[in-house]
Ligand binder design. Structure first.
Ligand code: G6P
Length: 615
């Protein structure tokens, strides 16, 4: 997490840096800061709070500068204070650095530097690195070639942990040094200007093309050139990539928040996930991105899914669908556990990671671990050119458009849609008949309009939010395909409204959570048509018997006694393969409107960040 921007060129740097930072606030918003150079003069401003607070400060102190670096922070080491905000300046005052990542051995580095007379002003791990860069700079002979870049390179050799950094130096006022390992860093190329950012969004549409740095690479960036070296100081040839700015359109339009906009974009997003991925005879999916021949696909004995957060819930939906339609056993792992667990894997395992951002460090490391073990590892991601996309053996892009609201909504339903396509595709090579394939394709094609229809529940859910926002605890229950949606419902509510919520398989509720049921703890339960409809209704009765306020989300309101639920939310009847997508809409809307009623900042909930690039 944390967002970095840097600028060098003909224009005033500060407004460009601030605009870029505001686009990167999804990566963290505890504090923000910038450092500007004008010749050997350096101006550093940093403030606790949002980028808008920093912008006010910068406005008060105009500093003429065409080169600078900036940062929006998600705190890891050290409290949220002005002093801990980035940029950090070396104790000699000559170097300023912004850092995204975690330096694991910073205490050793700091102890060493203290013995050399360096002083520290913050409690951050990052300050150790900027001082180590200064230390190496002064150790190098004055006239040594590329002295600034070389001092950064040498400092990084001693580092354990992850970093995306941008550094400036008063003695080298016409270059920015940027480097990455484990945290993303991209160089943007404009007309006689260069930029640095954690994400293309930070270029605010100014970059004509971009260079994605790879782990271990270090770049010297000037207004009209870029030189990239490896950790061993070898010059690295790089490729430039063009940017699809249309995808990054981040306008709110008539919506009041990004989360609301993204919820209502879902019909389109689902259409985009399906587009071009249905066979001409409408009986299966066409998934060329998987880079696997049908015969390779038929050799698969096991499928593994790894992800974090909401994407992990999408994996659980995939598990149900794929096992149902392909009869291949599927395992779902938290990426953060998988990377350290050394799980035994069958030799014919196919691995998938799911990540909206394509940069979540745990998911990236799970992908690397799976590939190191020799497993074909595919990615489902929304971020073209992200590290996960680049390091995977293939995969499918979501094409959901940029998701800015920190709580994931459209990315989730788009991930599920892609998992339905995968289940269909592999299923058709195994157990699914032509007719069953056609049925699922029909359901997928009808899905955007079913979602559109479900979104019409918004006014009703807004009203319910008014009634339910006063509670401090919530239960979400669902069975089979809807158990992951119950988990996602609880997560959405927690994330944006800070109400304690738990998601459970409906029948499992009897083994513990039922103790929470009381007039003070409402339950939302999914009761949709299918084999176990009556069982779910029995679970609902158990809640009612204990006077728990009850919301039933259902496609069959006529099949249970009137008066059982305090509130009934009726969703359209759809084919079971796509129902998890439709069931998701009410829980997103309910969480959204509850958070809004409570006056919470839905797009930037406390303590969270959209892309978690630290462990
Ligand atoms: C963070 C976000 C979640 C997201 C998770 C995984 O925790 O706050 O909304 O689901 O990361 O993100 P990814 O980009 O890998 O899908």
């Amino acid at each position: 997490m944390c967002g970095i921007t840097g600028y060098i060129g003909a224009r005033q740097a500060a407004p460009i840096l601030l605009e870029g930072l505001s686009k990167l606030e999804y990566r963290g918003y505890d504090s923000a800061g910038l450092a500007l150079l004008n010749g050997s003069e350096m101006d550093v401003r940093k403030k606790k709070g949002r980028v808008s607070v920093l912008a006010q400060e910068v406005k008060k102190h105009f500093f003429d500068s065409h080169l600078g670096i900036s940062h929006t922070r998600w705190a890891t080491h050290g409290a949220v204070t002005d002093a801990n905000a980035h940029p950090h300046v070396s104790s000699c005052g000559n170097f300023a650095m912004v850092h995204n990542g975690v330096i694991e051995n910073y205490e050793n580095i700091k102890s060493f530097l203290l013995t050399k007379g360096y002083t520290f002003r913050s409690q951050t791990d990052s300050e150790a690195l900027v001082n180590l860069i200064a230390y190496h700079y002064y150790k190098l002979p004055e006239n040594s070639e590329n002295r600034f870049l070389e001092s950064v390179r040498r400092a990084l050799l001693h580092l354990e942990g992850t970093y995306g950094i941008a550094v400036i130096c008063r003695m080298q006022p016409d270059e920015i040094i940027a480097a990455r390992k484990g945290s993303p860093l991209i160089i943007g190329i404009g007309d006689s200007e260069r930029m640095v950012s954690s994400d293309v969004l930070g270029f605010s549409g100014r970059a004509r093309s971009v260079i994605y740095l790879d782990d271990g690479q270090i770049a010297k960036v000037t207004a009209d050139s870029c030189e990239v070296v490896s950790a061993n100081n070898e010059l690295v040839p790089y490729v430039t990539n063009s940017v699809d700015w249309e995808l990054d359109s981040a306008e709110l339009g008539s919506f009041s928040t990004y989360m609301e906009k993204e919820i209502f974009e879902q019909p389109k997003v689902i259409e985009n996930a399906i587009r071009g991925r249905i066979s001409d005879d409408a009986s299966t999916a066409v998934l060329n991105g998987l880079n696997m021949t049908p015969s390779e696909m038929r050799q698969i004995d096991r499928i593994l899914f790894c992800a974090c957060g909401t994407a992990w819930h999408a994996c659980l939906v995939a598990e149900n669908l794929i096992e149902k339609y392909t009869r291949i056993p599927v395992e779902v792992e938290y990426a953060s556990e998988f990377r350290y667990r050394n799980a035994p894997l069958d030799k014919n395992t196919l691995a998938f990671v799911i990540s909206q951002s394509g940069e979540t460090i745990d998911t990236l490391e799970a992908l690397r671990e799976s590939r190191r073990k020799g497993f074909k590892t595919l990615a489902i991601t929304n971020s073209v050119g992200s590290t996960i996309a680049r390091e995977s053996d293939g995969g499918l892009y979501q094409h959901a458009g940029r998701e800015i609201g920190v709580a994931s909504t459209k990315a989730f339903t788009s991930q599920i849609t892609i998992c339905i396509l995968i289940a269909l595709y592999i299923g058709r090579m195994r157990d699914l008949s032509f007719a069953q394939g056609k049925e699922i394709v029909g359901a997928l094609k009808a899905l955007p309009s079913a979602v559109e229809e479900t979104l019409k529940l918004a006014p009703e859910l807004k009203k319910l939010a008014g009634k339910y926002c006063k509670y401090h605890d919530f239960l979400f229950l669902g069975r089979l395909d809807e158990f992951p949606i119950a988990l996602e419902g609880a997560l959405k509510l927690k994330e944006i409204s800070y109400i304690h919520a738990e998601g459970y398989p409906a029948a499992e509720m009897k083994h513990g959570p039922i103790a929470l049921v009381s007039p003070e703890c409402p339950t939302l339960i999914f009761a949709n048509s299918g084999d176990i409809f009556n069982k779910v209704i029995s679970n609902a009765q158990e809640i009612k018997a204990r006077k728990g306020p009850l919301i039933i989300v259902t496609d069959s309101p006529d099949r249970f006694p009137e008066g059982l639920a305090d509130d009934v939310v009726v969703i359209p009847k759809v084919h079971e393969s796509v129902r998890p997508v439709v069931s998701t809409i009410p829980i997103q809307l309910l969480a959204y409107y509850i958070a809004q009623q409570l006056g919470c900042d839905v797009d930037k909930p406390r303590n969270l960040a959209k892309s978690v690039t630290v462990e």
